[in-house]
Ligand binder design. Structure first.
Ligand SMILES: O=C(O)COP(=O)(O)O
Ligand SMILES: [Mg+2]
Length: 240
């Protein structure tokens, strides 16, 4: 059981990209299967490929080539696969991808209350920027941190610590909203507030079984953040 949204100390919101802001799985899966076909392999089912997303494109290519979550492909095969995948995916990044219901409104409502909103994704930065730009969403975010922007990616605390430095806030004043264990682990490692979404690529009920990957609160739509943020701002105004 997760707690109700409690945004009283929150000054800014960081959003994960794949599985949280954007339903990108079909384009990722088509690119992974196009790569496999180019290398003479059969297609993999969408659900299998979905379980391979979340640790960046390098890992996705290893997993898609080996059809295994942990295995690493042979180096030369990986080089070939990665080159094919990145070129194909860059060209087809937004063929089928679109923001989830509630995302555009949810983000705009938070901005209307004055919160900075940023993106913290494990997707490589240039792909994250292209996807957001192609969907007309890039200008909503004051900062986009990709999986290769800093020396470490989620579940490391580093990307969220960096966001806090840039925004000049304390980690406990940042809410991280995501769909995967990496988002929750990163939030907890940084000391930020971890909000899970229950419509993405990982199952929040499964993640809640382990205290380390249990979100502080789970939401069905980003629009739910608005009334909770309004309440928090009213409580803050009463205190000051
Ligand atoms: O590219 C990935 O592996 C996942 O990206 P995400 O961090 O936006 O979910
Ligand atoms: Mg995600």
């Amino acid at each position: 059981m997760n707690n109700a949204l409690q945004l009283n100390h929150i000054q800014a919101f960081a959003f994960d990209l794949d599985g949280t802001l954007v339903d990108s799985i079909k384009d990722l899966a088509l690119a992974a299967n196009a790569m496999r076909e180019a290398l003479g392999m059969d297609d993999l089912p969408l659900d299998t490929l979905k379980s391979f997303v979340g640790d960046g494109m390098g890992r996705l290519v290893h997993r898609a080539l080996t059809n295994d979550h942990e295995a690493l492909a042979d180096d030369a095969l990986w080089q070939q696969g990665f080159a094919f995948f990145t070129q194909y995916y860059h060209e087809h990044i937004a063929d089928y991808s679109s923001p989830y219901a509630g995302v555009v409104d949810g983000v705009q409502l938070l901005k209307s209350l004055g919160y900075p909103v940023v993106v913290v994704t494990n997707k490589a930065e240039r792909f994250a920027i292209k996807l957001l730009a192609d969907l007309g969403m890039l200008d909503e975010f004051s900062l986009v941190i990709g999986g290769d922007t800093l020396p470490e990616k989620k579940p490391s605390a580093l990307p969220l610590q960096h966001v806090c430095e840039v925004l000049n806030i304390e980690p406990k004043q940042l809410a991280m909203v995501g769909d995967s264990h990496n988002d929750i682990l990163a939030a907890k490692a940084a000391g930020a507030y971890a909000i899970g979404v229950n419509y993405g690529y990982e199952n929040m009920d499964d993640l809640a079984q382990d205290p380390n990957t249990r979100a502080d609160a789970v939401i069905q739509s980003l629009t739910q953040l608005y009334p909770a943020a309004q309440d928090a701002q009213m409580a803050q105004a009463r205190e000051s």
